[in-house]
Design a protein around this ligand. Sequence first.
Ligand code: 5GP
Ligand code: ZN
Length: 118
Amino acid sequence: MSENCLFCKIAADQIPSKKVYEDEDFLAFHDINPAAPIHILVIPKKHVVSMQDVSGQDSEWLGKMMALAPSLAAKAGCRPGPEGGFRIVINNGLDGGQEINHLHMHILGGERPWQQRA
Ligand code: 5GP
Ligand code: ZN
């Protein structure tokens, strides 16, 4: 846990969130300011700042995090198959549009990507 990290505090239940999934390593919750009808954030519980801080040694947990997306999207109401779907976005660093410095994966759905802000 990193001091003064909002998402570490959410992972530690010190700040409330609308959780949709939790296991030993990950937490998923609704974005407080949704950029699409369905907007979920998935975070590793351990503090990692961004994709600029990962290497090959992180591929196992990163793969697990990515692999959560289809079931979380479906559970949240994203339509399945080629006519439906969702976006996965990870912003990294200021130039990458990252505001919260704890790695997080956006799952956006419910409307077509060109209508979305994130
Ligand atoms: P970033 O721009 O860093 O990729 O995305 C940060 C996201 O976190 C934004 O979409 C923003 O709405 C969301 N966010 C910021 N503060 C909170 C919060 O306190 N709770 C929740 N659930 N989401 C937050
Ligand atoms: Zn953190």
